[in-house]
Ligand binder design. Structure first.
Ligand code: C2E
Ligand code: MG
Ligand code: MG
Length: 558
């Protein structure tokens, strides 16, 4: 080609900070510039006369090149990311621009490229902005997708397996909220190093967004995936150190395997995300490998979760409250009741609070949910609450997650005021598994309630890991024995002894005991024998709407 002979052009092209390669129509390489050697490692005489495919890493499927040629013919140019191989054998991502030049019969091609893995030099920095995350210096989502596409098509030919791990830091948002973004950035950088320490040098780690990371893991053995996932979750057990502070973080992991769970990179990533969702549902700080069944459950949870968001905003009439009376097991009198929220969705039908309360917690809508609870109870109490002697109680369930919410007192304050106004005593129930995790701030909030004359009960006692030393410090007056111990009370000797032991703990700590889930006469009698004072359960009364429970209470006092 003529301009190659021209000295000025030669200097310009040789000094150009990108590798330049010219090929003829066949195509055979007819020229490379000086930069070509630094990028690829090949000397000019090693590639001259060869097909440009000597540079190829063999990672791209045939249709990739078909699209490239189509665009060259139609538009005279093509630009994009290509995986190529250096002389050393190293495979690297290359940003490539190709132009077609000359006229029919005399057509040739110019390719200009650079190593995107190398991020020195102004040009490379520009490319790195588009493909790398500046905070962690890891590949971003775009580059990760390219890696994944390339590796999948390589595996397709080799018949080998690989895994995709989707990693999400648990409750990362609260790190930012509590300690500021600068600290949050530090945590993300340390988290990236933590993940890096688990994966191999041929694995690809990327930061997809916010607190989401992904890894392509090369698999050799059968159990390897389980091991890697396990190590990933465990790597977060140690505190993360940022500056002079330690921070305890955990991560959830979802994983998929090629080709079992998907044939394309996009499908693998999407299903890994769904497996991650299952790990979150399972309580976080754990991993899940993709499973069809779990995916189905996850989908329902997600649909419900979306429906819940909408209903809490726009269809508040879908929520109402039922009340389960609580009895004095000696006298058989109703001495209080527990309010239980109900949600009746037009499409999903009645949804159990055991299902929707955790969803509301996860979506950060527990406040809106409690608003509905309060609204419904206040509306019931408007119609003629029975006038009862001093100590009749009305209990509501509060999620521990809500204890730190400054709006809690605002939303339940009016309810408690109304309960006092009619001469009853307000009570809050908090599940045992949660109460042990309450921070100092939450405990202060509980104490504030107690000081206002609100009773505090530990719900589902026996299912958590209460420390007795800690229990003693809590502003609590009531223990509710979980119904799993009551259900086999009269049939399993061991459960009688457990209940008896719980009653012993309650007495030692001067707490009142309430048995939940009494379903049979023999359970009732056994509890009486063991000295339990109060109880609730289907035997005496199921949870009922306001008018029905009102009649039950009035009857009991006649
Ligand atoms: P919980 O507070 O332990 O409530 C007792 C649950 O046991 C209720 O289920 C009640 O219907 C059921 N139950 C009562 N007696 C018996 C019995 O004899 N046998 C059996 N098998 N079950 C009995 P429900 O209403 O489905 O509520 C489930 C859980 O959802 C509650 O457990 C509570 O933790 C939560 N929850 C309900 N309403 C609310 C609410 O307004 N706010 C919050 N944060 N949580 C709520
Ligand atoms: Mg309860
Ligand atoms: Mg309970």
């Amino acid at each position: 080609m003529q301009f190659e002979q021209q000295a000025d052009f030669r200097v310009l092209v040789d000094q150009y900070p990108r590798a330049i390669m010219i090929a003829n129509k066949e195509p055979r390489i007819t020229y490379v510039n000086r930069m070509f050697h630094s990028v690829t490692g090949f000397q000019p005489d090693e590639v001259m006369g060869e097909s440009p495919s000597v540079l190829s890493a063999g990672l791209h499927a045939p249709d990739f090149y078909q699209i490239m040629w189509r665009s060259l013919i139609d538009n005279g140019r093509w630009e994009g990311m290509v995986w190529n191989r250096k002389k050393s054998g190293e495979i690297y991502p290359q940003w490539l621009s190709i132009y077609s030049m000359g006229s029919e019969g005399q057509r040739g091609y110019v390719g200009m490229f650079m190593d995107m893995g190398k991020r020195d030099g102004a040009d490379a920095r520009l490319a790195s902005l588009a493909y790398y995350d500046p905070l962690t210096e890891l590949p971003n989502r775009l580059l990760f997708q390219e890696f994944l596409k390339a590796r999948v098509s390589q595996r397709a030919r080799e018949g080998a397996r690989l895994a995709v791990l989707f990693i999400d830091l648990d409750f990362f948002k609260s790190v930012n909220d509590l300690h500021g973004h600068e600290f949050g950035d530090g945590v993300l950088q340390q988290a990236a190093l933590c993940i890096q320490s688990v994966v191999g040098k041929d694995d690809v780690l990327a930061r997809l967004s916010g607190d989401e990371f992904a890894v392509i893991v090369e698999l050799s053995g059968q159990d390897e995936l389980n091991e890697v996932c396990q190590r990933m979750v465990q790597a977060f057990r140690a505190p993360i150190v940022v500056g002079d502070r330690e921070y305890f973080l955990s991560a959830s992991v979802g994983a998929t395997v090629y080709p079992t769970h998907g044939k394309s990179g996009a499908e693998l990533l999407q299903k890994a995300d769904r497996a991650l969702y299952a790990a979150k549902l399972a309580g976080r700080a754990c991993f899940r490998i993709y499973s069809e069944i779990e995916d189905e459950q996850g989908r329902r949870a997600q649909q419900l979760s979306e429906a819940l968001t909408t209903s809490l905003k726009t269809s508040t009439d879908e929520f109402h409250v039922v009340y389960q009376p609580q009895y004095d097991l000696c006298s058989g009198k109703v001495v209080g009741m527990e309010a239980l929220l109900r949600w009746n969705h037009p499409e999903f039908g009645p949804v159990s609070p055991a299902e929707f309360v955790p969803l509301a917690e996860r979506r950060g809508q527990i406040h809106e949910m409690t608003q509905q609870l309060v609204r419904a109870i206040l509306s019931d109490l408007r119609s003629d609450p029975p006038d009862l002697s001093g100590k009749f109680r009305l209990a509501i369930n509060i999620s521990a997650r809500q204890m730190t919410d400054a709006r809690l007192h605002l939303v339940i304050g009016p309810l408690f005021a109304r309960i006092r106004e009619i001469g009853w005593v307000p009570e809050i129930e908090i599940t045992e598994t949660h109460i042990m995790q309450l921070s100092g701030q939450c405990l202060d909030s509980l104490r504030a309630f107690r000081d206002q004359g609100v009773l505090i009960a530990i719900d589902d006692f026996g299912t958590g890991y209460s420390s007795l030393a800690y229990l003693q410090e809590l502003p609590v007056q009531v223990l509710k024995i979980d119904r799993q111990f009551i259900s086999s009370l009269a049939t399993k000797n061991r459960d009688s002894r457990i209940v008896s032991a719980i009653i012993g703990i309650g007495e030692a700590l001067e707490l009142e005991l309430v048995a939940e889930g009494i379903e049979t006469q023999s359970q009732y009698q056994e509890l009486q024998k063991l000295g339990c004072e109060r109880g609730q359960g289907f035997l005496m009364a199921t949870p009922q709407p306001w008018q029905a429970v009102r009649a039950t209470i009035v009857d009991s006092y006649q």
